[in-house]
Design a protein around this ligand. Structure first.
Ligand code: FES
Length: 90
């Protein structure tokens, strides 16, 4: 498996789950593995299906879907990554 980025932590406030995202997996994959219900389609950062509300934390946005102002409170989970720890409303 290839390295996608640095590991980070995603706290899921609605489901009460804390997900450790490894360097070789996407946030989307880690959420699915943890049993968090997620919709997704392209897995390439273009369709926007996998978006979730961002409550707090710093994000490296790697998608081609969100407008700049949307990036403050949303994250495209198939490609974008948190830095350190982020909080999601899922
Ligand atoms: S699944 Fe299409 S943007 Fe993530």
């Amino acid at each position: 498996m290839s390295l996608l980025g640095e590991p980070f932590t995603a706290k899921c406030l609605k489901s009460g789950t804390t997900v450790e995202v490894g360097g070789t997996q996407s946030l989307l994959q880690a959420l699915l593995d943890a049993g968090v219900p997620m919709d997704y389609s392209c897995e390439g950062g273009v369709c926007g299906t996998c978006v979730v509300p961002l409550v707090s934390g710093e994000v490296e946005h790697l998608d081609e879907f969100l407008m700049d102002d949307e990036k403050e409170h949303s994250i495209i989970t198939c490609v974008s990554r948190g830095i350190g720890e982020i909080e999601l409303d899922v």
